[in-house]
Design a protein around this ligand. Structure first.
Ligand SMILES: Cc1cc2nc3c(=O)[nH]c(=O)nc-3n(C[C@H](O)[C@H](O)[C@H](O)COP(=O)(O)O)c2cc1C
Length: 218
């Protein structure tokens, strides 16, 4: 069986989203020893920014008349979709950047959304176990000034869960910048608590993820 893992942090070291995803991945592998983990790190190995436009425009051109760029973009979209749908489960590690999803994450979703399989009657990930690990440097809890400013998590829930039908579990951590931002010094005890809670939640979600019933892959 295969686990597909997507990392979207723009750093490979010291990443809070990777820390959560690593725990979930370990739990998955504990339940499925010897499984393959297919990885794509779109925060570091970025997708070409013009691929989506070429993939969309290719849809209006007969295959034999497509430009080289359009052909390559359609191939890339097919590969990204294959990676996701051919896996038995998926794990996505996505930080909040500038109150939304990064261009890298948006490009990944937009390219998959050009694939004809997203228009099949059955949602793309119907019943597939998916864990989203998402982290935020600041605080967005109810009653805080930035409550409602996280436009990433609702978008990700909408596409993965509502549109694509995944069996979605979200593990969140915020205040990840408290230790490095002097202005957040008073928040450090809370940040420490949220960190510990997120790691615990990752363990719990990872265990359930490993035990989740799997649907047939296409
Ligand atoms: C360019 C940039 C923009 C960011 N924008 C936000 C933001 O809008 N809100 C927020 O809470 N944190 C923001 N952060 C902080 C990140 O969400 C935080 O550092 C997170 O831990 C990054 O994920 P990682 O630890 O997996 O690399 C931003 C960080 C960077 C580098």
């Amino acid at each position: 069986m295969t686990l597909f893992r997507l990392d979207a942090s723009i750093r490979a070291e010291g990443s809070a989203s990777r820390e959560i995803a690593d725990i979930v991945e370990q739990e998955w592998l504990a339940a499925h020893p010897g499984d393959t983990v297919e990885r794509r790190h779109i925060g570091v190995d970025v997708l070409p920014a013009d691929a989506w436009g070429h993939a969309v425009n290719a849809g209006f051109v007969p295959v034999e008349d497509r430009t080289a760029e359009q052909t390559a973009a359609v191939k890339l979209a097919t590969t990204l979709t294959d990676e996701l749908v051919n896996a038995d489960a998926a794990l996505l590690a996505v930080p909040l950047y500038n109150w939304g999803v990064s261009q890298h994450v948006k490009a990944w979703f937009d390219l998959i959304l050009t694939d004809p399989r997203v228009r099949a009657p059955e949602p793309l990930l119907q019943g597939k176990p998916v864990v989203l690990a998402t982290v935020r440097g600041g605080g967005y809890a109810p009653g805080t000034p930035k409550h409602g400013w996280d436009h990433s998590t609702p978008y990700l829930r909408r596409i993965l869960g509502d549109l694509w039908g995944a069996d979605l579990t979200v593990v969140e951590r915020e205040l990840t910048l408290a230790d490095v931002n002097p202005m957040m010094e008073p928040l450090r005890p809370l940040a420490k608590q949220l960190h510990a809670e997120a790691l615990e939640a990752a363990q719990v979600a990872g265990r359930a993820f490993g035990l989740a019933p799997l649907t047939e892959t296409v």
